[in-house]
Design a protein around this ligand. Sequence first.
Ligand code: SF4
Length: 416
Amino acid sequence: MRTPAGIRSVYVHAPFCARRCCYCDFAVEVNRRPDSAEWLAAIRTELEWVEGTGHVRVARSLETLYVGGGTPSVLDPRHVAGLAAVLGRERTQAPGFEWTVEANPESFTGRVAQRWAGGGVNRVSFGVQSFSPAALRWMGRLHSAGDAAEAVAAARTAGIANLSVDLIFGLPAAVRRDWKGDLEHALGLETPHISLYGLTVEKGTPLARAVGEGRITPCGDARYRDEYLLAAETLAGAGYEHYEVSNFALPGFASRHNTLCWEGAPYLGLGNGAHSHAGGRRWWNERDWAVYREHVARSGSGRAGGEVLTPRQTRLEAVWLGLRTRKGLASAALGPAASAVVRRWEDGGLAERKDGTVRLTPEGWLVLDALTLELETALEPGGVEGSPDPLPASEAVDGGGPREMFKYPGVRHGTM
Ligand code: SF4
């Protein structure tokens, strides 16, 4: 088991956005020109506090660093690059070290690309969502299809080839978005990684108000399903492996950071709203930037709460994690009741059993949460029959990992 004594994956949250998207309920700080130096100083102070308490230790050499938002590209790029110095340069120098930063196309200029690349960023994930002007306007996005292409080109010019684009599906019919066209457009950018997120209506958002007042009708389950399956088929046909419910990659380009989280590696989250997971515990920071900043300035800690995972939580999450990725679950360890459940899934086209592993199909991923509960309930109390467990307890991890907790709070992930 990996111990909290050597955390090798760090998530840093950058909460600032130039404008709030209509579906977003996250504690975003709307600010086109945030005080980047203040943000970096807060991250530094929190890290010093974390290391000073001795509860967890960040390893001398990191495997991954993921800077998510919000919109990290609205920050002064010198301060994003400055994270390497804050963490300690030797921590970001290991061979194969992956440093991802999220960006929105309109704020990812050639200067940003050069600064990030110069600082050691080697992977960029772009929030593109759509290439349709009407859909982008409806969502409240600030970029155009042309901006997305220019941003990808700027990253490549700066020497960053490991690129991802995010797309949102399941938009209301009234938006008249051409989903197939958007998929083809995304493939045309030739990024080696593509992520898909399904839109959900979250309380308190402009979208929820529009739905409540009858001004917009959300996407129905049938079209949601059709769009997800069309994407799965189209991207697989183009050579992308559907390696996780929401993620597709060309060989060798799966997100290392998210994969480690899904495999149960401990991670440390810094910044407002950031979550951490290590040693069977998870904890989280103050969600609001101003509150977080004040707490860190006062005590060094941004922590808002935490919990020790119960055995049931651990097992449920282990099942959920196994089912959500292509890694799947070891079928030999399932008891008779759980095996019968999987057989039913196979008959219904929701799962397949191959090489001793149960994996969900895209149809199954559409109902991932329901299937997770169904299987966990059918497992023998206290574990599964035989050995090994479908996933050993040490591989249990905080559901979703950092990225999904912070990105697109108004989207659903494979659930209907
Ligand atoms: S969806 Fe992303 S870009 Fe839009 S407001 Fe939320 S965090 Fe910012």
